[in-house]
Design a protein around this ligand. Structure first.
Ligand SMILES: [Mg+2]
Length: 376
């Protein structure tokens, strides 16, 4: 006897997982306190289930993430793909459970697959990925322009140029010399209109003794927030800085997991958490951290490694779901390189300081089966 009502299938079985490496030259070499890069190299991952396909991406910054391009490629191909292919996963949470049981850490490799699964399930359902994360909170996502390390005059020129284009938040990199950073912040504040907010990312590079005097000076100069001034493990030091400063303190390297986020919250070590989809192992985990931050009254910022179009789209979908008061995200990877064609319409439109929340199914990239559309 057949039933007149057929339950929708919740089955998710992966048939194949493939990878390819894509490299794009930065328009200007991108420098942070741990080193400088001329090329953004990323791993694209294709996940196929039946007649559906989804794409994910992960770009390692090895000094920051601890993962290399070769390492994450082999983790995807030799560990995660064999564990996932042909298995009844039920859904994205099930796939994350299998990946976590297969290998500890390796967040970038897991993120590439998690992003591809969100793309695939969104495409199957005819829904944008943000709908799978709880739905969008805003139609427009403001973004920050990020200027890497450089001569103060060059950094200020680039900041002024992007503020004039419409960016309302300029983030600069620092950390090599706190007194140079203080001079940079003063020069930036002199050059930028009051309505343009500034933040400085020290990428863990200050010591406890040199951070406070320099940051007190930046407080007086009008810096809005400092990102990861101290090493990721120094939650006490971060909490102490937070008590002494008017500006808001953001953590980035300190939060690589939901457990790290809870530790930061318990230590009162930050006002803002920078959540990167790749760093925390994918969209499923990233959305859990957004929830933790919201419960604790912390703001969030959606960051980037930087990444090419597929991973930056994943970050855009996440940013669209974040609460009011979120800090503009660093979603500019595709604008920092030459010829990233994976989602050109979305990011070419972002050169005025904001991105539109995507409305089509899946992530909204232009890549198709066999990685067609990646190169042209
Ligand atoms: Mg950072």
């Amino acid at each position: 006897m057949g039933s007149l009502i057929t339950a929708p299938s919740t089955s998710l079985v992966i048939d194949s997982i493939d990878t390819t490496v894509v490299a794009r030259r930065y328009v200007r070499p991108f420098g942070i306190s741990s080193g400088s890069s001329e090329v953004l190299a990323s791993l694209l991952v294709q996940v196929v289930a039946g007649d559906r396909v989804g794409f994910g991406e992960a770009s390692p910054m090895t000094a920051y993430t601890g993962e290399t391009l070769d390492g994450l490629k082999s983790t995807v191909e030799q560990l995660l793909a064999p564990a996932l292919i042909g298995r009844e996963l039920h859904g994205i949470a099930g796939a994350n459970a299998v990946m976590d049981a297969t290998v500890r850490g390796q967040h970038l490799a897991k993120a590439a697959i998690d992003i591809a699964l969100h793309d695939l399930v969104g495409t199957m359902a005819g829904l944008p990925v943000h709908a799978l994360l709880g739905g969008a909170a805003r139609p427009i996502v403001p973004i920050a322009w990020v200027v890497g390390l450089g001569e103060i005059a060059e950094v200020v020129d680039e900041a002024v140029e992007y503020a004039a284009r419409g960016f309302t938040h300029i983030k600069v990199k620092g950390g090599v010399d706190p007194q140079r950073d203080l001079r940079l912040v003063r020069a930036l504040r002199d050059a930028l209109p009051d309505g343009v907010e500034t933040s400085l990312d020290a990428n863990e590079a200050y010591s406890r003794s040199d951070a406070l005097p320099a940051l007190l000076g930046m407080d007086d100069a009008g810096l809005s927030m400092v990102e990861q001034p101290l090493p990721r493990w120094d939650l006490r030091g971060l909490a102490e800085l937070r008590r002494r400063l008017r500006m808001r303190v953001m953590v980035d390297e300190s939060v690589q997991s939901i457990h790290d986020a809870l530790a930061v919250i318990r230590a009162d070590a930050a006002d803002i958490i920078n959540i990167k989809v790749l760093k925390v192992g994918g969209l499923f985990r990233a959305r859990q951290i957004v929830g933790l931050a919201e419960a604790a009254g912390l703001a969030v910022k959606v960051g980037s490694m930087p990444e090419l179009g597929v991973a930056t789209l994943a970050a855009l979908h996440l940013a669209a779901t974040t609460p009011a008061g979120s800090v503009p995200g660093d979603l500019i990877g595709p604008m920092m390189v030459e010829r990233d064609r994976t989602a050109p319409d979305v990011f070419d439109a972002g050169r005025g300081g904001s991105l539109s929340t995507p409305t089509g199914p899946g992530l909204g990239h232009r890549v198709s089966r066999g990685f067609r559309g990646v190169s042209e």
